[in-house]
Design a protein around this ligand. Structure first.
Ligand code: HEC
Length: 111
């Protein structure tokens, strides 16, 4: 009886642990949105430039999202709203943003 439940639990747990902070904290909420996280990365990069600004601005935005400072077009915001404030810890946010940066920064080099 116990064994029957243990295996699926172990499988699910290892799957959850294997996912990184970005996949856990960013991807699921973004999945239904029509603009990809990659596209948003490019928008963000265009506005905020280098790595330091990008990361600092995004961290602030995720905590204090607002229409005034969003890089997304008004039409997008009107349809999908402003994101909810992040309740992640400093460490979790830094980790997720670092992964986000490293994942898409390669496109930056093509400029
Ligand atoms: C609760 C859902 C949710 C979570 C979690 C979330 N996002 Fe978003 N995010 C949104 C929505 C909705 C928008 C578009 C509206 C807006 O910009 O506020 C958005 C916008 C953005 C933007 C554009 C910002 C701007 O200026 O408008 C970036 C970049 C972004 N998200 C990256 C991330 C990263 C990286 C994470 C993980 C640390 C993350 N998001 C977590 C829902 C979410």
């Amino acid at each position: 009886m116990v064994k029957k439940f243990l295996l699926p639990i172990i499988v699910v747990m290892s799957w959850v642990i294997a996912e990184d902070a970005y996949e856990r904290h960013c991807v699921p909420c973004h999945a239904p949105l029509p603009t990809s996280l990659q596209r948003m990365f490019m928008n963000y990069l265009l506005v905020y430039g280098g790595e330091h600004n990008f990361k600092a601005a995004l961290k602030h935005y995720l905590r204090y999202p607002s229409k005034d400072i969003s890089v997304m077009p008004d039409l997008f915001i009107d349809n999908f709203g402003i994101k909810e404030k992040s309740t992640l810890s400093d460490k979790e946010l830094d980790e997720a943003i670092d992964i986000y940066w490293n994942k898409f920064k390669v496109f930056n080099k093509l400029k």
